[in-house]
Ligand binder design. Structure first.
Ligand SMILES: [Fe+2]
Length: 339
């Protein structure tokens, strides 16, 4: 298959209080509003190469409206549309702001993806936001630990392996690794990529019957020091850190998770390997090998299994992940003597 996709270009999220979320991304994450079109707000990181990487959309519940990938060429966009249609998904063409002709489709597990080739390349050439360096779309943010750019999105699906195979077969994502429970042959997590990063798409097991949910999306900072400064600054600003800073085994990225006002989970990442191997065989991890935590010590908090929107509607508090799977994920180090 020709290479169809190049990288994740933006995510559009829903939130019940758009202005509260926008304020949070500006003040606590360090993003900048570039456009307001109707009731949608478009934001960018200082180093994003295109006009925006985050769209905030009003909605009853926190969730993912769409995740968008840029194709590798105009021809690849047409080919991707053909392949998605042949796989049985409805291809919906539209014209999007700063991306031109694009299409979206809802995949088999209910997630809407958008693909586009055209993209407005961003560069501030004058004024306060202009960078003194030619490679930078705009100057470095003055918010401590502000991410350079969007990194990945991690969704939730009821069959992790079937999900990754569908996206590999239809659109050419490389499957890099997966986590199978120590106790049972159940895939609970997997990562896919369209480039040299360990992932720009992740998938966690969703035990609920609600389709199209998202677990988190992530931004990239250049260094571990910036990640630690971001953690420190968030704490000083009264923003609780849900998990981290630590290092994932899979992908080997430094990570840090926190929540925005809608309760949607944000991750900051840095580091990690680069992998260019076109015929890479996906590796299989277990939680006790350190798939989520390289140091094999810090248990993941229960709250990390929460995906969005909540499994049973706006008033639900219980998640749909079965208890035995939840226990195995939360206490992987009870199973020792491996690896
Ligand atoms: Fe992540």
């Amino acid at each position: 298959m020709i290479t169809l996709l190049s990288h994740l270009s933006y995510v559009a999220i829903t939130t019940p209080d758009v202005e509260a979320s926008v304020r949070f991304y500006e003040e606590q994450v360090g993003l900048t509003v570039v456009d307001r079109i109707g009731d949608r707000v478009y934001l960018r990181c200082w180093g994003d190469y295109y006009r925006y990487s985050l769209v905030i959309v009003p909605g009853e519940e926190p969730g993912l409206e769409t995740a968008a990938w840029r194709t590798s060429s105009a021809e690849a966009l047409e080919e991707a549309a053909k392949r998605v249609a042949a796989a049985g998904a409805e291809v919906e063409w539209f014209d999007g702001p700063a991306i031109g002709r694009a299409f979206s489709f809802v995949g088999p597990w209910g997630h809407r993806l958008t693909l586009h080739w055209d993209a407005e390349h961003y560069r501030e050439t004058s004024g306060d936001a202009a960078s003194i360096y030619p490679d930078r779309p705009s100057r470095r943010s003055t918010v401590a630990g502000a991410p350079r750019q969007l990194d990945h999105v991690t969704i939730a699906a009821s069959d992790v392996d079937a999900f990754t195979q569908w996206y590999r077969d239809v659109l050419g994502y490389r499957i890099m690794a997966r986590t199978v429970l120590d106790e049972a042959p159940i895939s609970v997590f997997s990562v896919l990529t369209t480039n040299e990063k360990s992932h720009d798409l992740g998938v966690v097991l969703d035990g609920s019957t609600r389709a199209g949910r998202v677990n988190h999306f992530a931004f990239w900072v250049d260094t571990r020091e910036e990640l630690l400064i971001a953690a420190d600054t968030l704490m000083e600003n009264g923003v609780p850190i849900e998990y981290g800073p630590s290092i994932h085994g899979i992908g080997e990225q430094n990570f840090l998770y926190y929540r925005e006002p809608s309760t949607l989970r944000i991750e900051l990442n840095t580091g990690g390997y680069r992998n260019y191997v076109p015929d890479w065989e996906p590796r299989t991890w277990t939680p006790s090998l350190g798939s989520n935590n390289l140091y094999r010590n810090g248990a993941m908090p229960m709250s990390m299994t929460e995906s969005f929107p909540s499994a049973d509607g706006p008033s639900a508090t219980e998640e749909g992940v079965p208890d035995d799977i939840k226990d195995a994920l939360l206490n992987p180090y009870a199973v020792q003597g491996r690896g």
